[in-house]
Write a protein that binds this ligand. Structure first.
Ligand SMILES: CC(C)(COP(=O)(O)OP(=O)(O)OC[C@H]1O[C@@H](n2cnc3c(N)ncnc32)[C@H](O)[C@@H]1OP(=O)(O)O)[C@@H](O)C(=O)NCCC(=O)NCCS
Length: 331
């Protein structure tokens, strides 16, 4: 077995096919009820990783010239710069031979030189291989979340007929927040810091108008479409809540929920449900090819879970996030 740095752009067709084969085999073995990943979505995700991961570096493992494993390390660059978020996959036929651990060892010098003192794994499934492996390596569980899915075709659209709560209206945009709302939108987004996050070290951005413009530019650079619905308080003209979806170029039929937040002073009026319902009406109107919207929320975030249920989301599974100090890794 050998390891070497890997990028999608430099990889051969065979390497990309091997990688797709391993992701598909893993999905079939561990998440058989999920829609199967397509080749384009798997390779596209290497080129356009999820926003929260930041820049990603990859190392591949080979046995007899075949790519059988890949580790990706997300290196956030604005906040959470002390963290590396790892995703390791080994082909099911090559597991329990030390390849996952060897990949972790291979990427370690990069993590150390990038001053990543904390390593994390997100979305592991209790009782499945990743959780067992992480436990063996000494990772601790820091957060439990539910993965929820909205199946657009089968959801009763009556659930999305939610009138604006009195005194509020919806304002929506793709990619660039209107200048007149930018200041209040940044304040409303900061309410995301109120979400329950147990012992998870990951911190959402400290939103300012400047930070929002930078995030918008980053999404544009990566060809990620961001749709935002804000709740505007009629009396003050301020944005007091928002919900945000991202659509990635390689998986245009999926929407990925990002932040949903309502300022504390405006909670309890049904704004969360209103803006999420408004978002779904807008999505089916302008992106009729959308088949699923995916979201995660803390398993103890009762309010968000209730809102999601009202909109038609169902819970797919409970997952865990794990963390360990880099210098405590036992490899
Ligand atoms: C997690 C994964 C990368 C491990 O790869 P691997 O090459 O099989 O791991 P290793 O051989 O290095 O395992 C080292 C030790 O971890 C533990 N371990 C690995 N898989 C395990 C499992 N399914 N159940 C319990 N413990 C496990 C064992 O202690 C193992 O040592 P042993 O085989 O001598 O008992 C692989 O199972 C995988 O691709 N899973 C799906 C993707 C995933 O969940 N990735 C983790 C997200 S970060």
């Amino acid at each position: 077995m050998t390891t070497s740095p890997f990028t999608a752009d430099d990889a051969t067709e065979d390497e990309l096919a091997d990688y797709y084969g391993l992701v598909l085999a893993d999905a079939r073995a561990e998440r058989p009820d999920d829609p199967e990943p397509t080749y384009d979505s798997v390779i596209g995700r290497l080129r356009t990783p999820f926003t929260a991961l930041g820049r990603c570096v990859h190392t591949a493992a080979y046995v007899d010239g075949t790519l059988v494993g890949l580790i990706s390390a997300g290196l956030p660059e604005d906040e959470n710069v002390e963290q590396a978020i790892l995703d390791v996959k080994v082909h099911p036929e090559h597991r329990r031979r030390g390849i996952g651990t060897a990949l972790l060892g291979a990427v370690l010098p990069t993590l150390v030189s990038a001053r990543r003192t904390l390593v994390a794994g997100w979305g592991l499934i209790d009782g499945k291989s990743g959780a067992g492996w992480a436990d063996h390596l000494g990772f601790r569980v820091v957060y439990r979340q539910v993965l929820q899915r909205l199946e657009v075709a089968t959801t009763d659209r009556e659930l999305w007929h939610v009138p604006p709560p009195p005194g509020y209206r919806a304002v929506r945009w793709v990619g660039t927040a209107p200048a007149a709302l930018l200041e209040s939108y940044a304040q409303a987004r900061s309410a995301i810091h109120d979400m329950p996050s147990a012992d998870w070290s990951y911190r959402p951005p400290s939103w300012t108008p400047e930070r929002i413009r930078r995030a918008e530019a980053d999404l544009r650079d990566r060809s990620v479409e961001q749709r935002v619905v804000a709740a505007v308080h009629e009396e003050s003209g301020a944005a007091v809540g928002l919900t945000e979806l991202e659509f990635y170029p390689h998986r245009p039929e999926f929407g990925y929920q990002q932040e949903t937040a309502v300022l504390a002073a405006h909670r309890g009026h049904g704004l969360g449900r209103f803006i999420k319902a408004h978002m779904m009406n807008w999505v089916v109107e302008e992106r009729p090819g959308t088949t699923h919207v995916w979201t995660t929320t803390a398993d103890d975030n009762e309010h968000m879970r209730r809102v999601n249920k009202q909109i038609g989301y169902t819970t797919v599974r409970v997952t865990i996030n794990v963390e360990l100090e880099t210098d405590a890794l036992r490899i």
